[in-house]
Design a protein around this ligand. Structure first.
Ligand code: LLP
Length: 417
């Protein structure tokens, strides 16, 4: 049971607010977040690394709503960004540019310029050609770009192939063997300044072993760099600590931190980290209503008002999200495929779920705070859903439901012939 979504008097709440009250006020589908859960997750990381110089750079791709960014910024977070759009979000949310690290394999000239202009903390460089581009763009602007190399440690994170990033056949990072020569090249460049080293092995990782393996390989590189007189001030341990969706047993953040800090030994580097999912995943649910029940020869369908455009993880990665009724019902329990209104068979939120349902019931799709709303789309010209933050008994609308005219506002008719 998630303590931030308690069942009180037979009904699921978000903190102190009944989910039915949220549905009545804001409609469904709707993402609902617990502010206390977000803060607790942040403090878990902060506490686990206390006593060591550290910076939590929230990987905002997991959920880039401005209210969530602003909340983390106020707690002292930096941000891991992967686009010019995300850079603009940090600014709009009142984040500190000097705490931003910029990851991603395809940084454009315009994105590099924008990041240099505002003065970010570090570019996480992912290739030799990117290094050259950053040096040239910074030179043109008469600046020196702070850099780190994202090293690909070639460690199998044993996660879904689409979200594994630290294998040598993945597009990410510079090959482990190429890292030392690249640092030497960078040291000789006039418009980059070496600051650190970083890596990221994948997402949804719930076993500590691959994190430890990657970290040890990176520490080995750090020692080699320093033996050559290439000093770095920070080690960025990436993101990727998984959460419990079904029956996984991820390490606690305290266990994860203790393990890595032990491996660090007497080294004094600042630790940067880029958690996404572990900060926001369990803090959000997708609230949806049953539109129809459809009983076919071999299958029962619960057709709900949320769809793959609102939450694409099941369709894209066969991801499992627990689905629960927000109130117990007198209906008979049956096995349901929970599906949305979108016109394709990949549109499902869960298959074969034992649920007791009536038309009109509310369902909570659990642990959807990460990669839910941030991956949502307008497919089938469905507006992106409302998002609500609960703070105790207070409700805040943090994203409006999108209306059809907002969806097609950027489109233009051809001129009359
Ligand atoms: N840093 C880098 C460089 C990353 O590529 C990622 C995620 C993170 C940090 C954050 O990882 P996290 O702490 O959230 O595991 N859409 C997929 C997840 C893709 C993750 C990609 N990179 C999903 O819904 O599972």
């Amino acid at each position: 049971m998630n303590p931030f979504f308690p069942v009180i008097n037979g009904e699921m709440h978000a903190e102190g607010v009944a989910l039915s009250a949220i549905a009545t006020q804001f409609g469904t589908p709707c993402y609902v977040y617990s502010k206390a859960a977000l803060m607790a997750a942040y403090h878990d990381f902060d506490r686990a690394f206390a006593g060591r110089d550290h910076l939590i750079c929230y990987a905002m791709k997991a959920n880039s709503n401005l209210a969530i960014l602003n909340l983390f910024a106020k707690l002292g977070a930096g941000f891991d960004i992967v686009s010019g759009g995300e850079l603009a979000r940090v600014q709009a949310a009142g984040g500190d540019m000097a705490k931003v690290v910029f990851s991603g394999v395809g940084k454009s000239v315009a994105e590099i310029q924008a990041a240099l202009k505002v003065g970010i903390k570090c570019f996480n460089v992912e290739s030799a050609s990117e290094l050259e581009r950053i040096n040239r763009v910074a030179g043109d602007m008469n600046k020196v770009a702070p850099i780190s190399f994202r090293v690909n440690p070639n460690v199998d994170a044993k996660t879904h192939p689409y979200i594994s990033t630290g294998l040598k056949d993945n597009k990410f990072g510079v090959a482990y063997e190429d890292a030392l020569p690249l640092y030497r090249t960078a040291r000789a460049m006039p418009h980059v300044k070496i600051k650190g080293i970083d890596y990221h092995i994948g997402s949804t990782v719930t076993d500590i072993a691959p994190f430890a393996e990657a970290f040890e390989k990176v520490l080995d590189l750090v020692d080699k760099l320093e033996a050559e007189g290439i000093a770095i001030s920070h080690i960025d341990i990436g993101g990727g600590v998984g959460i419990r969706y079904k029956d996984e047993t991820p390490p606690t953040i305290a266990e994860y931190a203790a393990h890595l800090l032990k491996l660090m030994g007497a080294r004094k580097h600042t630790i940067l980290m880029e958690p996404g999912r572990a900060l926001v995943g369990s803090a959000g649910i997708l609230l949806t209503q049953v539109e129809y029940l459809k009983h076919q020869e071999n299958r029962n369908f619960a057709i709900v008002d949320a769809a793959m455009n609102d939450l694409i993880r099941p369709a894209l990665y066969q991801a499992y999200h627990e689905i629960v009724t927000t109130k117990s019902s007198s209906a008979a329990q049956q096995s349901y495929d929970v599906v949305g209104p979108v016109c394709e068979s990949s549109d499902f939120l869960g298959h074969g779920r034992a649920l007791a349902l009536k038309q009109g019931d509310l369902l909570a799709v659990m642990a959807t705070g990460a990669y839910g709303s941030s991956m949502s789309s307008n497919y089938n010209t469905r507006g992106r859903v409302a998002e609500v933050m609960v703070d105790g008994t207070k409700l805040h609308l943090i994203a409006q439901r999108e209306a059809p005219d907002q969806i097609f506002a950027r489109e233009k008719l051809l001129p009359d012939a």
